[in-house]
Design a protein around this ligand. Sequence first.
Ligand code: DAH
Length: 339
Amino acid sequence: MREKLEQILVKALEEVNVADTKETLEAARVKYLGKKGELTAILRGMGQLSAEERPIVGQVANEVRAKIEAAIEGAAERAEAHELENKLKKETIDVTMPGKKIVFGKKHPLTTVLDEVTDIFTGMGYSVAEGPEVELVHYNFDMLNAPKTHPSREPQDTFYIDDEIVLRTQTSPMQARIMEQTQPPIRIIAPGRVFRNDEVDATHSPMFHQIEGLVIDKGITMGDLKGTLEVFAKELYGEETSVRFRPSYFPFTEPSAEMDISCFKCGGKGCPMCKYEGWIEVLGCGMVHPNVLRNCGIDPEVYSGFAFGVGLERITLFRYKIDDMRLLFENDVRFLSQF
Ligand code: DAH
């Protein structure tokens, strides 16, 4: 029996020593130490031994088991190191290979110009407000003093969701929303998308962006409006830019005006850019109508203010001398990445 045990030990150690993977080691462990293993079988047969022999053989068997276990443990460490080494060899990195090029994105020209406009106005103490694109008729028209018969209310011009809800046609409803919520002094700009039932062409799109401006305080005059918008035009288009105001009409302002800037291309002499007029129209503006102030719970005897609305696409096209608005929405990266 003792000899048998020693044979097992020798055989087991031989096998363990050549095993170089976890799998072959596990196979060896099962073969000798497992439930049906060779050593286990001997231990089972010990019942047949005499009372004197049993402890001696038992001791030897335990020693054999311990030696095999220790050998397997040592071999397992070697096998692991071996496997790691193989893996590292297989996964070598060729450091001379050219790297993957990272393509950096760029801001869309509309975003760049909106950021600039935002900087100009926040620099003058304005905050930025945002509001819903799906808007109540109440805010889009009624609160803004738009007569029930105003042509912009027609479904040919406006996308109606139902009788009371529209896709906002202008950012002006933000004037009413802000004035309802905030006590003067108010100084905000409200940029965002607006929607009109227009066919797509070089100067129209059913979706475009506006930036609304609103100032309400005691003693605000048309002089404040003109000074503010002149600063805006000069900062956006250059110090040499001059502005002019032409009378106009909007339901929510009285008086109302349109602001032109001197053509940045010809300086006012006349060229194709300004259609030989020397001036380019950039925004609508005016003094907030007393009815609108009253609708929002602000006393027109105490407060006054001005408002303006700028088309973001328009000022962006001028800014980069792009002649077709569709180019801004087609999202051809080759085109957009030039700006
Ligand atoms: N909401 C006007 C439009 O879409 C633009 C506008 C004009 C806004 C005058 C104003 C303003 O705030 O005072 O045509």
